[in-house]
Structure formats: C-alpha cells, structure tokens
Design a protein around this ligand. Sequence first.
Ligand code: ASP
Length: 324
Amino acid sequence: MKTHLLACTLTLALGFSLGSCVQTQTMPSETVEGHVLIATWPFGQKATDLALQTLDEGGSPLDAIEQGIRLIEHLGCDRTVGLAGRPNAAGYTQLDACIMSGPDHGAGSVAAMEGIKHPISAARLVMEKNPHVMIVGEGARWFALEHGLESVDVSDIPAKKSAWEKARLSGTPVPDPGERGHDTIGVLLRDAQGNLFGGCSSSGAGDKTPGRVGDSPILGSGLYVDNAVGAAAGTGLGENIMRYSASAMIVELMRQGLSPQAACEEMVHRTAATDPLGYDLSICFIAINKAGETGAACSNDSFPYAVTTPKDSQVLRVGAVTAR
Ligand code: ASP
C-alpha cells in the first residue's frame, strides 16, 4: 500500500464525483438477498467474481473462498500474494494465510511457509484435516506436502537480492519493511443462507525479517468470522493491525449495532486515538454483516475494494478516514 494522504469528509452513495476529494463509495444499507462477497483491493474483484462463479456451479462457500484466493495467489497480484511476492530480508518469500468457516466456527492458518503455491489451500487443509488451528514454517510446508499440495523445491529458488541486501552491500540505510510494499487478498462471503465465511493470503511486508508473521494468519487480527454477527478482514501494515486484534474488534463493534461501514471507521479512530502513529498507521479494513451489508475504511490512504453480488460486481473506493 502506498500513502497518498487523501481525505474526504463526505460519505456519498455510489456514482458521485467531488473534484480532487476521494469520495467514499459504499453499498446502500439494506438487507441484501443472495450471496454477497467483499474483497480487499481492485484485484480482489477477480477473486469475488470467481468465488461467485464457484457458488453458481455448485461449489460450497469454502470452495468459493479457496478458489477466489487461489486465483490471486496464482496471478501473484501486486507482488504481495503467493510465491511471486516480494522477498524477505534474506531474499526469499514466506507466505501467510488463514481461513474461517462461520457455521462451525472452524479455522485454519499457516504462517511463514515457503515454497507452497497455494497457502490458502494449506490453511483449509489445516482446518479440515488437522487437529490444530495454526502451523508455521517448515511444519506448515511439511504438512502441505503430505497432503499433496503443489510446491516448488525451495533449494531451487535462487535468493533474490532484497532491498535490505542491496542496502547492506552499498552501505546505504536499510529501508523500513513498511516502505517496500505489501498487500493482502482478503475475501469475505455472506452466502444466500445467511452464513459467513472468510479467507486471506499474503506474502507480507517486503524485506521483512525471516520468520516475521503478519496479521493475515492471526485469527482475530487479519481475519475474523462470527456466524451470528459478521466478518472482517484487514490489509496494511500487519504490525499495526495485530497490536489491536482489529478484525475481532470490528466484529464486536457490529455486534453492538454498528454497521460494517461504521465499525471499520470506528476501528481506525480507536487505533489512531491510542497509537503514537495517530492516523499514520497504514491500516485498512473490510467488513460484512449477517444482513449482507458491507463496509470498508482506511487510516491514511484511499482504499479500493471489491463487492460482488449476483446482480453486480464493482470496485468501490473509500477515502482516508477523517481524523476526529
Ligand atoms: N497485512 C499484511 C502484512 O503485514 C500486508 C498488507 O496487507 O498490506 O503482512
């Protein structure tokens, strides 16, 4: 995510333009019939479209989440998802992913995993075929290989020169991992039966320290699903999301009666109010509730996200949350 520092004080319904101000576009607040999908970033629309197609073809909600995210992992969107993701400080890519199923409150997660093409499938296998919830590093890779997931031989992947390595060799200051680019594909689904599901996958922050785990695979931070209330997911600098268990908090705010939009915005305000960074946090959220209403918010940047229903599929955009 790059910082553009655009703010807008108005919340508008779809389709209006306000000069240079980034307008906040959200879906109208009402109960939505049928499947509703929301995903982070414009590339998320590829995931939500494929997820809807998967449902239309008879796939389960978890198949839909998995297939949608696998596509983004395959495409390596923004160089921040899948094996095409930016290398860590040691020059190789480590992957995080998580999946949750609302009806049985199931969850599976993998972190700092190397050489597996589809971490979201590994996370689903953890949820469905393993007594544990989270497996990391070499163990996650071993588990994925045991279940036949597609892999590359990590010893065959030449270490890429990371910005950290280049700086070390040239004697210039080592860049902050937060500056090197990072994104996450997060997909949330409220299906036609009113059940909730979610998944996310990321290669995390470029130039991160080997073994660093972001928010994405941490339940309650990068993703949380509560079938009675709603679901939320995060993207942005994971450290600033993890320290606040942001996704679980957003779900709790929705339980207290806030709309998904208001809950995402409140989470940004709450974090900014107590954090030394204030609004300069680089954190963004998406959320959906049981009624199929959606919302999104971002701390110090405009934030495009995708919403797909059987009627329509579009990329919407919210401006940065205005400081209060
Ligand atoms: N949250 C991810 C991480 O810190 C990166 C992102 O979504 O921008 O690993």
